[in-house]
Design a protein around this ligand. Structure first.
Ligand code: ATP
Length: 302
C-alpha cells in the first residue's frame, strides 16, 4: 500500500478551555476524495488549518505529503491547493488574468487554458470576476487552486449557498479532479455531497471522530431499522394494527419501525386483505445517509 497523503494520529488542539480537537486519527490515501463532515463547531476548520500548516497543533502526529505541516517549506506548499470558503478573487481581473497572476507564483504551473477548461469557464475567460455568478466565482477559486498543479487539494465547503444546478456543476468539476489523480480533502456539511463525491467519509462531532468508512458501510446502515408507513384506513385505530407502531402523525400517516421489513409487510398486508382494507401511501424506507449522519452526530452531542 502506498504511503498515505495525510496521516493524523492523536491530534489535539485547545483554545483556552475549549478542546476543539480531542484525539483524531485518520489517513487519506493517494487519489481519493475524502469527505470530512461534522456539525458547526465540530473541529473541522481547526483540523484543516493544522493540515494546511496555518495553525499549530496542541498534540499528536500529523504528516501531509510526507512532511510535518508546521515545519514544511515553500516546495511543500506548492504541492498543495487550497479553496477557502471566502474566495480571494480580485473583482477587476478577468478569469484569464486572475489565473495568469497566480501561475506566476509557481515554478511549474498548469497551462492557463487547460485550467479554464477544467473548471468549465471557457465562455467566461475574458469576463471580470465581479460579473461572474457565485457558482462561476467558486469555479474560478478552484481554478486558482489548480493552477500550481497540486497533488493535494483542500476544498472547504465548496458548494455552500449554491443553487441545485450550480452544485451539480461544481460536483462534476470536483469529480473530474479524481480523474486527474489528485487527492481531495473535502470539508462539507452536506451528506448528499459526500455521497455523490467521496470514496471515504469521516464524521466528527465535538472534536472526536464519530464514524469513518466507505459510504456503503457507514454507520452500519444495512442493519438499521426500516420504516413502513401508510395512511390509517378510515374507521381503524392505530391500536388495532399488527406490529409495533412507532408514530402516527396529524394526517394519520402511521409509521412502523422494523428490522424485518419483509415479515412486517407480510403481516400487515395479510391483516389488511383479511379485512378488505386498502393501505394508501404504503411505503418502506431505509434510513438515508443524512438520517444516519444526524443520528450519529446527535448521539455524540448528548
Ligand atoms: P463550522 O462548521 O461552524 O465551521 P468547525 O467544525 O469548522 O465549525 P471549528 O471552527 O474548528 O469547527 O471550531 C471548533 C471549536 O473551537 C468551536 O467551539 C469554536 O468555537 C472553537 N474555536 C475555533 N477557533 C477558535 C479560536 N481562534 N479561538 C477560540 N476558539 C475557537
Amino acid at each position: 500500500m502506498p504511503d498515505p497523503v495525510i496521516s493524523i494520529r492523536g491530534l489535539r488542539k485547545s483554545y483556552g478551555d475549549i478542546e476543539a480537537v480531542r484525539g483524531i486519527d485518520l489517513d487519506v490515501q493517494p487519489g481519493e476524495i475524502f469527505a470530512f463532515l461534522g456539525p458547526n463547531g465540530a473541529g473541522k476548520t481547526t483540523t484543516v488549518e493544522i493540515l494546511e500548516g496555518y495553525r499549530k497543533r496542541g498534540g499528536g502526529e500529523v504528516t501531509v505529503l510526507g512532511e510535518d505541516p508546521e515545519k514544511a517549506g515553500r516546495a511543500w506548499r506548492e504541492r498543495i491547493g487550497i479553496v477557502l470558503q471566502s474566495g480571494r478573487l480580485d473583482p477587476y481581473l478577468t478569469v484569464r488574468e486572475s489565473l495568469d497572476l497566480y501561475a506566476g507564483y509557481y515554478s511549474e504551473p498548469r497551462p492557463v487554458d487547460e485550467v479554464i477548461e477544467l473548471v468549465g469557464l471557457e465562455g467566461k475567460a475574458e469576463a471580470r470576476a465581479s460579473v461572474l455568478s457565485g457558482g462561476q466565482q467558486r469555479r474560478l477559486d478552484v481554478g486558482m487552486a489548480l493552477i500550481g498543479d497540486p497533488e493535494l487539494l483542500f476544498l472547504d465547503e465548496p458548494t455552500t449557498g449554491f443553487d441545485p444546478s450550480a452544485r451539480r456543476h461544481a460536483w462534476d468539476t470536483i469529480a473530474g479532479l479524481r480523474d486527474l489523480g489528485k487527492t481531495v480533502f473535502l470539508t462539507t456539511h452536506y451528506m448528499d455531497e459526500a455521497q455523490r463525491l467521496a470514496d471515504r467519509v469521516t464524521i466528527i462531532a465535538r472534536g472526536e471522530v464519530v464514524v469513518q468508512g466507505t459510504l456503503e458501510n457507514l454507520g452500519d446502515r444495512e442493519s438499521r431499522p426500516a420504516t413502513v408507513s401508510f395512511r390509517l384506513p378510515d374507521g381503524v385505530a392505530a391500536s388495532e394494527l399488527p406490529g409495533q407502531v412507532a408514530a402516527v402523525d396529524g394526517g394519520a400517516t402511521v409509521s412502523l419501525s422494523t428490522t424485518t421489513p419483509v415479515a412486517t409487510l407480510n403481516e400487515l398486508t395479510g391483516w389488511a386483505i383479511e379485512r378488505g382494507l386498502d393501505l394508501e401511501g404504503l411505503e418502506v424506507t431505509r434510513p438515508t445517509l443524512e438520517d444516519i449522519y444526524l443520528s450519529l452526530t446527535a448521539e455524540a452531542s448528548e
